[in-house]
Design a protein around this ligand. Structure first.
Ligand code: SF4
Length: 205
């Protein structure tokens, strides 16, 4: 396993931020199982979790105005570092005069990680919350996501619903386009029930 201090990396028109390798899941499809990077990036396994100053230094070297979105998404679950993410979000909004669009890609288990509801803080700070649904039924979700929390499926749904209720950010659930038809149908029904959009992402091997 190669390690580096790749804090930000470009994916298409967006800039992704990688600042933790911690995650309570062990998804069968996780890109961390296949490689040391993503989309041609340098290794995303971190030598250490970057400090707030290290993250700011890294971002200060970028022309942030050229990116469509800055996305909290790396080789780990961003809400593991909720405080750092909120601080960086506020700083990015401040230095861009509110123009930067901020998105979080999350497994939706931050409430379980922190033992409290975090939807309000996140929806105040970010523009888009993208939550990995992965499957439409509990059995399948637990089989592919393999979370350390037995009540993960229910907690992910509550988190989604809490985010929707704030009315403050765009909330979407995501699945990949290769899941079986019955899982796709169940995912659509669940997203509708929770009041979130369902985004079907292309599966990249
Ligand atoms: S939640 Fe994301 S980082 Fe964690 S194991 Fe699943 S795909 Fe990998």
């Amino acid at each position: 396993m190669k390690k580096a201090m790749t804090i930000s990396y470009e994916v298409g028109n967006n800039l992704y931020l990688n600042f933790t390798n911690k995650c309570p899941c062990a998804c069968t499809f996780c890109i961390r199982n296949n490689d040391d990077g993503a989309y041609g990036s340098d290794p995303l396994w971190l030598e250490h979790e970057p400090t707030i100053d290290e993250i700011k230094d890294d971002l200060s070297k970028r022309d942030l105005s050229k990116y469509g979105e800055v996305v909290f998404c790396g080789y780990g679950e961003p809400t593991e570092r909720l405080g750092a993410m909120l601080e960086i979000s506020a700083w990015l909004k401040d230095i861009s005069g509110g123009k930067i669009v901020l998105r979080l890609n999350t497994n939706g288990l931050g409430d379980l990680i922190h033992g409290r509801s975090i939807a309000g803080e996140l929806c105040d700070a970010l523009d888009i919350i993208s939550i990995s649904l992965n499957a439409g039924t509990k059995d399948e979700y637990m089989a592919v996501t393999r979370p350390k929390f037995p009540d993960a499926f229910e907690a992910m749904q509550k988190f989604t619903s809490d985010c929707v209720k704030t009315g403050k950010a765009e909330i979407m659930l995501t699945v990949v386009d290769v899941i079986p038809e019955e899982q796709m149908q169940a995912s659509k029904e669940l997203a509708e029930k929770l009041g979130a959009k369902l985004r079907v992402r292309e599966y990249i091997d």
